[in-house]
Design a protein around this ligand. Structure first.
Ligand code: CO8
Length: 260
């Protein structure tokens, strides 16, 4: 893997851990960091990884938003360009073939909350804080927060969070379904790695197909969604993993899935 100025990359077998590291600004996202994440995703997609974990450096902040110092002097065209950049990078994360776990280790505000929402699964530490404070800065969520928050927690709660700009604590994020699990800070990464390992032990093409189905079917009428799943289900029977996985079950063995 390349060396990055603001990213730390760790490989654990077929799992990769991406740590965003800009401690002076609580890991706020500027154009350089977004470009680095984009570059990292090129590398990641070229590898044989089965799960990606994204976290922030330190014990205080996951990502404290987009970089306000970079945005402060932007005009409308530049603002739109910056928003498009972040949205495109986050969409890449959302549509990666393998699952992505956000290990939210502190503040996940504005663009940080939006980054976490682009991931498939959110785990957080008990000191985590979530929120979309943009309207307090004279802007709206610009990295797809108005899209994903409503889909994740429902339109009423999304409106309350975005209009008020108020942060919520980890237990409230759990209650409204914004995160899946809350853990003590010291246990967060171990749990994320454990979960990533459970995912990585399954048939990767099947996991990938399940992700594609869930993401794609979300916006479809039920009949079309069911037909989409039917086709994806059928295609699973074209894989060696399906043959080997079922054979292993029938012979009471264990299958090491090859992703073929
Ligand atoms: N951007 C730039 N710098 C930041 C950011 C940020 N988002 N967040 C924190 N920092 C910096 C602070 O300025 C401070 O720097 P310095 O030491 O030089 O003064 C340093 O990080 C430490 O922060 P604090 O001293 O404020 O630490 P506290 O513990 O007192 O507070 C908070 C922590 C509550 C996280 C506080 O820093 C804060 O409120 N940060 C801003 C959070 C925020 O509003 N985030 C949303 C930003 S807007 C956004 O994300 C929009 C996304 C879409 C963009 C679309 C583009 C057009």
């Amino acid at each position: 893997m390349n060396m990055y100025e603001h990213l730390k990359i760790e490989e654990k077998g077929n799992i990769a851990i991406l740590t965003i590291s800009a401690p002076k600004s609580l890991n706020a996202l500027n154009t350089t960091i977004l470009n680095e994440i984009d570059e990292f995703l090129d590398e990641f997609e070229g590898g044989q990884f089965r799960c990606l974990i994204i976290t922030g450096d330190g014990e205080k902040s996951f990502v404290a938003g987009a970089d306000i110092s970079e945005m402060a002097t932007l005009g409308p065209q530049q603002g739109e360009t910056f928003g498009r950049k972040g949205a495109a990078v986050f969409r890449r994360i959302e549509t990666l073939p393998c699952p992505v776990i956000a290990a939210v280790n502190g503040f996940a505000l504005g663009g940080g909350c939006e980054l976490a929402m682009a991931c498939d699964i959110r785990l957080c530490s008990d000191n985590a804080r979530f929120g979309q404070p943009e309207v307090g800065l004279g802007i709206i969520p610009g990295f797809s927060g108005t899209v994903r928050l409503a889909r994740l927690v429902g339109i009423g709660m999304a409106k309350q969070l975005i209009y008020s700009g108020k942060n919520i604590k980890a237990d409230e994020a759990l209650r409204i379904g914004l995160v899946n699990e809350v853990l003590p800070q010291a246990e967060l990464m171990n749990r994320a790695i454990e979960l990533a390992g459970q995912i990585a032990a399954n048939a990767p093409l099947a996991v990938s197909a399940a992700k594609l189905c869930i993401n794609t079917e979300y916006d479809m009428p039920a009949e079309d969604a069911i037909a989409f799943e039917n086709r994806a289900f059928g295609l699973c029977f074209n894989t060696e993993d399906q043959k080997n996985g079922m054979q292993a079950f029938l012979t009471k063995g264990k299958c090491e899935f090859q992703g073929k």
